[in-house]
Design a binder for this molecule. Sequence first.
Ligand code: ATP
Length: 243
Amino acid sequence: MASIDATGLAIEFPLYHHNARSLKQRILASSGLRLKKDEDNRIVVAALRDLTFTIGRGERVALVGPNGAGKTTLLRTIAGVYEPVAGRLRVEGEIGSLIDPAAGMDQLLTGRENVVLRALFRGMSEAEGRALAEEVAGFAGLGDFLDVPIRGYSAGMNVRLAFAMATAMTPDILLMDEWFLAGDADFMRKAEERLTQLVTGAEILMIATHDMHVVRKWCTRAIRLEGGRITADGTVDEVIGPA
Ligand SMILES: Nc1ncnc2c1ncn2[C@@H]1O[C@H](COP(=O)(O)OP(=O)(O)OP(=O)(O)O)[C@@H](O)[C@H]1O
């Protein structure tokens, strides 16, 4: 059964600066302390600080909060991209990730090869992978580009391939960053129905968004992040106010 369980979770990114000394002085003089020195005396951004939450089966969670609050960092951490510097994170269930379109794709391989590889990785046979590639290509409308290395794709083609691939298999946990909802209008019309199926099929949805219509349409719970911390966690009405 899908679940996400975080206790005291923290993520930090080291910052490098040609004039680290003056930066250090300014940081030490500031009171925000989002930028701080770590144990090795490096300056780091505290992207996520002391997050504790549990998400269970059936929950559809919106991550809300201002730019730089830590929403995408939290999604990427749950997807296993970043390693916490403190705390504990336990994720049960297969993850489908609509966060970074190029993540997990080999730029030198064609769209078809990438789909087959992903299918094999998920335990499907090569024949199933090839059938999936046809299905993905049809949905993404890639035409001949399916057999071109993906480094030759436009940004929009990358999004369409990533979307078609991630939505071809229903995951237990669906992680989504909002820009996936802002593609080319024709494609998004086609994508919307599929997205709704996927959202309702997944056991857990987590979506980072600034769009309160999306929050109200899909989510049952909202977590507000500010400065890397959770400042509110409750029902959608409790966290973003009634419609
Ligand atoms: N790879 C990285 N290296 C250094 N700092 C990073 C990195 N990724 C994120 N950060 C920093 O971590 C903080 C959180 O960023 P994040 O992208 O998670 O915010 P967000 O809430 O998704 O913002 P937005 O709404 O603008 O997408 C920011 O201060 C950002 O500058």
